[in-house]
Ligand binder design. Structure first.
Ligand code: AQP
Length: 325
């Protein structure tokens, strides 16, 4: 009997700076997962060019994203950390999967509908935006992934990847593992200004991992809390509490107790959260600043050969199965 660990795959787009939503919803789980799973973490640069991008900004975003991954505790001795464009099997399998994915399924994706509106106002909608979830399916399926940790906004894409894999396996014979997803405790960190919308790179960026203590404090003190008096906890307060629960569970319990006794002042909640979040992020920020650009790029080189051999194995099985010689 083999005692092989299950495979985890997760990726992040190098589009601008990482915010607290990306971090708590995704990257923050990676360093824990690597202790129990065989992990492949990817900076998915080909996903970054599916929306309006600046070619001058992209290398900087790739390097910064790589630094945040290392700073958050992902260890290249334990995990593969890859740059998607360095492993051409991702796009090659994506082409095959594109030819087996009904157009209607892609047009129904919520993120496509949302981004289509944003992109129309910028440089227009490109075919890559529609096909984004197929490339994502390829990223996941290439590594025979069992589990994908994601924020809530990506669940629909994982479901599509599952459908694509099942359809392929049923029609041609089993090639792909059917992946499951795992939501983090902070699967949907909301915008601080408008807590009914998610914190995002393109909307309200909220708190950036690179923000100074002063910036973090300013942004939290300016967060929307209650707009109308109600017995229900408002979306804004809930959001602040959820963040606090992750960065300081003990302080969260104290604040919750006060809330339940109706003695919690939102000013106090904000001050406490700002203090706890600043100390939570400080060691990660310090580590980030110690990593050079060269080191950030070297990590991709170190993982490339092993990742590519895993990817090639799946791709050649998929090609053979569909009859491509
Ligand atoms: N607000 C969020 N709460 C929890 N998780 C989130 N994620 C994104 N926003 C939140 C998760 O972060 C991971 C990486 O996302 P990404 O950077 O690859 O995706 P993205 O679409 O570029 O990120 P944004 O900030 O959401 O950008 P825009 O504004 O372009 O839509 C994913 O697991 C995602 O779920």
């Amino acid at each position: 009997m083999t005692n092989q660990k299950q495979r985890v795959f997760s990726g992040i787009r190098p589009t601008g700076e990482i915010h607290l939503g990306n971090f708590l919803g995704s990257v923050n789980q990676w360093s824990e997962l690597q202790n129990n799973y065989d992990c492949v973490f990817a900076v998915v640069d080909y996903h970054a060019i599916t929306t309006t991008f600046e070619s001058k900004e992209l290398p900087k975003a790739i390097i910064e994203t790589s630094k945040w991954i290392i700073a958050s505790g992902v260890d290249q001795q334990k995990s593969l950390i890859i740059l998607q464009s360095q492993i051409p099997e991702h796009t090659e399998l994506a082409w095959i999967l594109n030819c087996l994915t009904p157009l209607g399924e892609l047009e129904r994706m919520t993120q496509f509908k949302e981004k289509r509106e944003q992109e129309t106002a910028k440089s227009g909608i490109m075919a890559g935006l529609l096909n984004y979830p197929v490339l994502m399916a390829s990223d996941i399926l290439l590594y025979q992934t069992d589990l994908v940790p994601v924020g809530e906004d990506q669940v629909q894409h994982i479901e599509l990847a599952r459908d694509i894999a099942k359809r392929f396996n049923n029609r041609f014979g089993k090639v792909f593992t059917i992946p499951n997803y795992q939501l983090s405790k902070n699967a949907r960190v909301m915008s601080l200004k408008n807590p009914t919308e998610k914190m995002s790179k393109t909307g309200d960026q909220g708190i950036l991992l690179s923000d100074s203590a002063k910036e973090i404090e300013r942004k939290i003190m300016g967060a929307t809390t209650d707009t109308i008096a109600s017995d229900q906890m408002s979306a804004g307060v809930k959001n602040l509490c959820n963040i606090l629960q992750t960065v300081s569970p003990r302080t969260y319990s104290q604040m919750l107790e006060k809330y339940q006794k109706k003695t919690l002042q939102y000013l106090e909640l904000k001050k406490v959260l700002a203090k706890e979040l600043i100390s939570y992020l400080l060691p990660i920020q310090k580590k980030y600043h110690q990593i050079s650009d060269d080191q950030a790029l070297e990590i991709f080189e170190k993982s490339r050969a092993r990742a590519q051999s895993l990817a090639q194995k799946t791709l050649s099985r998929a090609k053979k199965t569909i009859g491509v010689l």
